[in-house]
Every structure is written in C-alpha cells, then in structure tokens.
Write a protein that binds this ligand. Structure first.
Ligand code: JFZ
Length: 596
C-alpha cells in the first residue's frame, strides 16, 4: 500500500478517532441512542432527500493535473498530486464561475423534489467559497468577486430549500497548521489548536452568522480536538444558531444526526435521524472524464431503499469551474423529481418500513398508511404482504388512486395487481389500515417465492455462529470512491457459519447459489450448505484478492438443486467443513432461483 493510501486510511480512521467501523457504530449508538429525536431534527427526518454540492478551486483541475488524470474523487487532486500550496493558490487568481446562477440551481433542486442542500464552504484545499474575514484565501479575492454562498442563501430561502454548509474543520492543505499537508509542511511542527483558533472556528462562526438560518453544518474528517474541545465548538455553534443541526462527522461520537461512510447504506433499519451520502458518478468534485453517472432508476431505488430503513439520501453533484452543473446530473435529477411529484407522499414525512424487505420490494410508513414500493412484479400478478396484524380498509395505487382487489388471511395480505403497473421503476401501492403495525415482522424469515426470477438472502438476515462476523466490508473502485458490502466473514472452522430461516411460499424446485469474495490463495477450501437435513458440499473458487483500495470482486457459485415439497420454513446453513488456513470466503448473499 502506497504511503498516500496509508496516510488517507490512517487519517480517515485516526481523524475519525475510530479504529474500526464497528467502533464507529458502537460509539455513535452510545451517544445518539440516548438522545431523544427532538423537534429540531423533525424537518430533517421529514425531508428525506438532500443535495450535496462539492464546489471549489478543484473544479478547475476537474480531476487532471499536469496532463495526468486522477481517477476517483477529484477534489483530492491537490493531495494526490502533491501540488505545492504556492502553485495551487494560483487557481484563485483565475477562478471566475461566470455562468453561476443561484436561482437556476434552486430551480433544479425544486424540480428534483430535493428539500435541503449542503454545499462545500471550505473543503480540504482550504479555499473559502464565501467572503471570509478570517482568511484572504476566499472567493471575494478572485476575478469572480461575488459571494455565491450569499446568493444561494437568498435563492434557497425564496425556493423553500433548507441550506447547509459542508466545512472541513481539520484537514486544510493550504495552512501550515492545518491537517493533511505533509508535502509542504512538517507534521511534527503543526499546531492544530492555532489553526482551529485562527481559521476553522472563526470561519464556522462566520457561516453561522452571515448566511441566515441554516438547516445544518456538515462537518467532515474530525481531528486535532479533544472531546471537550469538540463539545465547546458545538456549544459555540449552538449559541449562534441553536436550531442548526450538526453532522456526526464533527467527531467524538457527537452531532445531531448520523452520517454513514461515503456511499454506504446500513443493511438494517436505523432509528433516529441519519443520512446516506452518495456521489452521482464516482467523484464528489467535478471530473471531466468520470462518466459513471447513476441512472434515474438507480437513484430512485437508492432513495427508496434508504428511506425504507428510516434515513435520508443526500446525493452529490460537482459543479464545473464555470458555475454550471453537469448536464447528466441535471437531467437525472429532473427525472427523479418527476417520480417524486407522483409518489412523494410515500417518501416525505414517512418512517422506516415495519416489514422486512420482500422479493417485490420494501415499505415505508405513515400513520394508517403503509406504502409498498414494488420494483419486482410477481409472474402470477399476486403480491404477498406478510406481517400485517391490522384491520385493512383499502388498497390502491398511489399514482392514480385506482383501488386494487385484496384479501387477508390471518396476517397475510394478498393483492391482485393490474396487468400493467403504472411505473416500471417503482410502483407505489397504498395500504390504508386501522390499528398499529408493530415492528415484529422486521425479524421474520426471509421469503422465497418462485414467482420472481430470483430471491436474495442478504447475509444481514442470517444468524452468525462461532467467530463469524456480519459486517460492512469497505472497498473502492477508484481512490476515495468508497463502496460498502455487508458480508459474513471470519468463517474458518466448522463451528463458524451462518444460519437463515427461509419461508418458501410454494413447493417447487430451486437452484441455490452463493455470492462471495474469495482470494485465489484462499480458494479450494471445502464448504457445506445445509438445507433442512440435506447436505451439499462445495469447493470455493477464487474471485480476486481483497484490498480496501480495490474493487471487491464477487463470484456466484451454484452449489445445490433442491425440491421443496410444501410451502413453509426451512433452515439454510453455510459453514466450513474443516479447520481452514484462512476464512472460507466473504459471503454477501445466497441467491435462490426457481427451476423452470
Ligand atoms: C470526505 C472527504 O475527504 C471527501 O473529499 C468528500 O468530501 C467526502 C464527502 O468526505 O471523505 C471521507 C470522510 C470520511 C469517511 C470517508 C470518506 N469515513 O469516515 O468513512
């Protein structure tokens, strides 16, 4: 691993004061689970959909420096190219986003159905995108001369969009006492407190004082402050704007809402205010060559998935140096907004779905209304909704209010779907009911039905045994482009393994496949799949090594063909056969396909 990668990873962990993801979760759970969800964060939890904007001098490089293209997060080019401060600062002399129009941005936000925006006021490059008295390295000292943050705060107020600022409170590659620049400055000579007192804290106060009521301050990459000093920074912020929410990346397990890792969605429901953040392509800052944009369907599915677990999605755009937003992002957000115009009632103001994910999709909830998000249609046109211990009043399509035929047998609701669903990306069905839906069904068995091309048994639904851990495994396609896949890991002896309870809705023949990552050097170990009392042995196949800095490559291996004689619950278990030289594999899911 290169020195830069080590620095980034260590910085990421040390600056976040965490030694592992588990500790991130554990430390947060300790602090936030004691906090009641108060009125202050209600707007945030109702909003569900935010826009992240990464804009700075880095947009001029657009991922390139001295004819070299840097794949991954383009706002880190100064660090990756070890660009001397003296050279980098020249960018400020030519920065003139003449096509910037705050009202056009806010119109795009409104058309997208987005309710809040968080924009980089100062990223790690140290340049303030706002007029600052604390540092002359700011946008007023450029050919642009205007304060785009001021113009955005006016436009957001007019467009009823909550405004927030991203602020990198510790990493500052422009400053001798800021974090992260080891190529111009000597780490051991740094005085972080001097940096906080002369630039970071004064600028945070400027943002809180000069841009009207803010929805949130999105701190990032904490470091250099003790828990007490972080708390006093929070106290100072509260004195200026008590209702402004602060992100969990303020550090020390503090903050008003929880941010997960970049590009990460928790695999289960998470209670309390939280947010998943995603790039639109593979970079936060504008990149002139990164065309890997997520489609409207992918964004809608991501938004629905996040909201079904109780969170917000904040999707990022990276404006160009001229002040315009890439056309691919504008078009995509408009299409997502079109879906929300019709289906927004199933997103805004909802809470997490009380029913575990089903083969057809997931759910969200409002009092007396359960929303079924159908993105896979059963071949027989009959939707099975388990776990409804309530009095059903009506079932209809959200988009056109058309009533649907339904019947209920104990806690199983059966809905007859129309031959053509109104939306082939995600159709929403509203189940109106009396009474209280309990969460009890979140832990129900995973459902497998032959009415779908395949059913996935995500490992989060399994029970681990022995040393087995079910955790998010972090990897990346390119530098800083983090991905997180929940896997069952550390299965190395026969006493380790995972067990599912699986509800087969109908008898039939089924093919069982395992999806896993297994480094070639650890492959050819023997595993055992047990379905009820049937045993199926398999030998693992190599899929590629695991390294945080590379894509985690998965392989799908067919290991069994079973006949299920009647509907009902079966246990499915996976474990190593022998005491292995290494873990059997990192298992992400079991896939079950009906045999046609
Ligand atoms: C940080 C920045 O370095 C990056 O440029 C971008 O602004 C992103 C939103 O935030 O990157 C991080 C910070 C923290 C984690 C991962 C990436 N983390 O704690 O997993």
């Amino acid at each position: 691993m290169s020195l830069l990668k080590k620095i980034y990873l260590v910085a990421l962990l040390v600056l976040c004061e965490y030694s592992s993801y588990a500790q991130i979760v554990e430390r947060w759970d300790k602090s936030v689970s004691n906090q009641k969800v108060d009125e202050k964060s209600k707007w945030f939890q109702d909003a569900k959909f935010g826009l992240f904007v990464h804009w700075g001098l880095f947009a001029q490089h657009a991922g390139e420096w001295k004819e070299k293209r840097y794949y991954g997060i383009s706002e880190w080019v100064m660090n990756r190219g070890k660009i001397p401060v003296a050279d980098y600062r020249k960018l400020a002399q030519q920065f003139n986003p003449s096509k910037f129009n705050a009202n056009e941005w806010v119109k795009m936000i409104n058309d997208a159905g987005i309710k809040y925006m968080v924009i980089t006021a100062k990223h790690h490059e140290g340049f303030a995108m706002f007029g600052s008295k604390a540092s002359d390295y700011n946008i007023l000292n450029t050919p642009f001369k205007r304060d785009p943050m001021k113009e955005l705060s006016v436009a957001c107020k007019k467009g009823n969009v909550k405004m927030g600022f991203y602020y990198s409170q510790f990493l500052d590659w422009n400053e001798p006492n800021g974090g992260g620049n080891e190529w111009d400055f000597i780490e051991k000579n740094k005085d972080y407190k001097a940096y906080y007192n002369s630039k970071s804290i004064p600028q945070i106060k400027e943002l809180l004082s000069n841009y009207g009521p803010l929805g949130l301050i999105w701190f990032d990459m904490p470091g250099g402050l003790s828990k007490e000093e972080t708390q006093s920074l929070i106290d100072d912020a509260r004195k200026i704007q008590p209702n402004c929410l602060l992100s969990s990346r303020v550090g020390q397990g503090l903050g008003d809402f929880r941010d997960f890792g970049d590009g990460e969605v928790p695999s289960t429901v998470v209670k309390g205010p939280w947010e998943a953040i995603f790039t639109h392509n593979d970079s936060w800052g504008y990149s002139k060559f990164d065309q890997n944009f997520k489609t409207p369907a992918e964004i809608i599915h991501l938004l629905v998935s996040v909201v079904s677990k109780g969170g917000n999605l904040m999707l990022n755009v990276g404006p160009k140096a001229d002040g315009t937003i890439p056309e691919a992002s504008v078009k995509c957000l408009k299409a997502v907004g079109g879906w929300l115009k019709i289906n927004g009632a199933s997103i805004y103001g909802t809470t997490y779905g009380p029913i575990a994910p089903q083969p057809w999709g997931v759910t969200t909830l409002k009092p007396r209304k359960l929303f079924l998000h159908v993105n896979k249609v059963p071949s027989n046109g009959v939707l099975l909704v388990p776990g409804l211990n309530v009095n059903i009043k009506q079932v209809s399509l959200l988009s056109n209010k058309n009533k649907l035929l339904w019947k209920k047998d104990k806690n199983l609701l059966t809905i007859t779907l129309p031959t053509k669903l109104p939306d082939d990306i995600n159709t929403v069905i509203v189940v109106e009911y009396d009474g209280q839906i309990t969460d009890s069904y979140l832990d129900a068995p995973v459902v497998v039905s032959p009415r779908y091309p395949e059913c996935s048994l995500e490992v989060i639904k399994a029970n681990p045994s022995g040393n087995t851990k079910i955790i998010p495994v972090t990897h990346s396609l390119y530098f800083g482009d983090w991905k997180h896949t929940t896997c069952a890991t550390d299965m190395q002896s026969p006493s380790d393994g995972i067990t599912y309870n699986v509800q087969f809705t109908e008898p039939g023949d089924y093919k069982i496949m395992l999806e896993y990552n297994c480094p070639i050097e650890n492959s050819k170990q023997e595993g055992l799949l047990q379905v009820g009392d049937q045993k199926f042995y398999f030998e693992t196949l190599g899929s590629g090594s695991y390294d945080t800095w590379r894509p985690l490559m998965f392989i799908k291996q067919s290991v069994a063909m079973i006949s299920v004689s009647a509907s009902g619950v079966k246990t499915i278990k996976v474990s190593p056969v022998n005491e292995g030289k290494a873990e059997l594999f990192k298992l992400s899911k079991i896939i079950i396909e009906p045999v046609k």
